[in-house]
Design a protein around this ligand. Structure first.
Ligand code: SF4
Length: 356
């Protein structure tokens, strides 16, 4: 690992040797930089280049873009896709002329208010055009930082984004924010690329946590790629006459505020003898008289990050169950009035008759 300022010096050193000569890098005109950033939002550099050149030739100033016919702007944009970008571009050009007298705002917060400009684009314009100390955080930067510093927080989580933004702002060379931001993005675009990063000839090989721990291809992490988790739900369908016991899910967990049956969750798939013991000890059944009438097979229910294995145990009580604040004793015929998770309603669709 290295000191924070060493990182900035090193990445800028790399950039000076390897950077591509791109037209929007040879200017600090905020209008040109904004144009290039909007064009490159969902477009590769090689594809976006000709559009950028066409736009600055046709509309050399923000006023000329503002005064253009809608059709002309859309025609020039043709082939780039995501036409809302072109409409936002035109709208914002008019707004700059009307509200800022045609002068591009030079303040990060003001830039961020412009339509089509998010946190990243605002930081890019603020730093590239005005050399303001705002770190850019795009896909390239996430990848570079997660690998070099070995950060395994999901980059699409709030916690992850906050952590990366703080780190990025700490690393930012405050005297050269434009250069630093260009450098780290270019490093991610050319060297530390997603599929075949050029580790063997990398400047950072001695400082790279992912390389030393053999985790280059595991980072960065997205929450969607997190390991799936299994959960094992054993539902007790406890009935007495025409009533059944249900419970509102108030915990900070899946299906919050929906209703389900009394639940025994186990760490793993549990054998029947062990489970029967747990059922006997359940609050609602302990020292009561009841009969286990049916045990369903286990159903797999797939959620975005986990698989829920669910079984249902039909239990008939001979006596009125004691009322407990956590549970509701409702009529079986009224179950429909309670919102329940899909895994339960699907089961009831086929088995309601048996609990009635
Ligand atoms: S060593 Fe490989 S993974 Fe690490 S920064 Fe360099 S290119 Fe990226």
């Amino acid at each position: 690992m290295f000191l924070m300022e060493e990182f900035g010096n090193k990445i800028i050193e790399w950039y000076k040797i390897h950077k591509r000569d791109l037209p929007w890098r040879n200017t600090n005109n905020p209008y040109f930089i904004w144009l290039s950033e909007i064009i490159l939002q969902q477009t590769r550099v090689d594809q976006g280049m000709s559009y950028y050149l066409k736009f600055i030739e046709e509309f050399p100033t923000v006023k000329e873009l503002a005064n253009a016919e809608d059709e002309k702007v859309l025609r020039l944009w043709q082939g780039l896709g995501y036409y809302s970008r072109a409409r936002n571009l035109h709208f914002t050009a008019k707004l700059i002329v009307e509200n800022y007298n045609g002068v591009f705002p030079a303040d990060f917060q003001e830039i961020k208010k412009l339509k089509g400009v998010g946190e990243y684009t605002a930081a890019a314009i603020a730093s590239f055009a005005f050399n303001l100390a705002h770190a850019v955080l795009d896909g390239n930067v996430f990848r570079v930082l997660s690998r070099i510093f070995g950060i395994d927080l999901p980059i699409d989580s709030t916690k992850g984004k906050k952590h990366f933004l703080e780190l990025c702002n700490q690393l930012l060379d405050k005297k050269n924010p434009a250069l630093f931001n260009q450098a780290i993005m270019e490093f991610g675009a050319l060297q530390c690329v997603p599929k075949n990063p050029n580790c063997s000839s990398c400047f950072f090989i001695g400082n790279c946590t992912a390389f030393s721990k053999n985790k280059v291809f595991e980072l960065p992490i997205k929450s969607k790629s997190l390991v799936r988790k299994n959960r094992y739900f054993n539902y007790l369908i406890i009935t007495h006459q025409q009533n059944v016991m249900i419970k509102k899910r108030t915990e900070n967990d899946i299906w919050q505020n929906l209703y389900d049956f009394p639940l025994i969750e186990t760490e793993s798939s549990t054998d029947f003898t062990e489970l029967k013991q747990k059922i006997k000890n359940h609050d609602l059944l302990k020292n009561k008289s009841w009969t286990l009438e049916k045990v369903s097979p286990s159903f797999k229910h797939v959620l975005s990050h986990r698989d829920i294995y669910t079984s249902f145990f039909h239990i008939k009580m001979d006596e009125q169950p004691s009322i407990n604040a956590n549970y509701i004793l409702c009529q079986v015929s009224e179950l429909d009035n309670y919102g329940m998770p899909r895994v339960i309603t699907r089961y009831l669709d086929f088995n309601l008759a048996e609990i009635n």
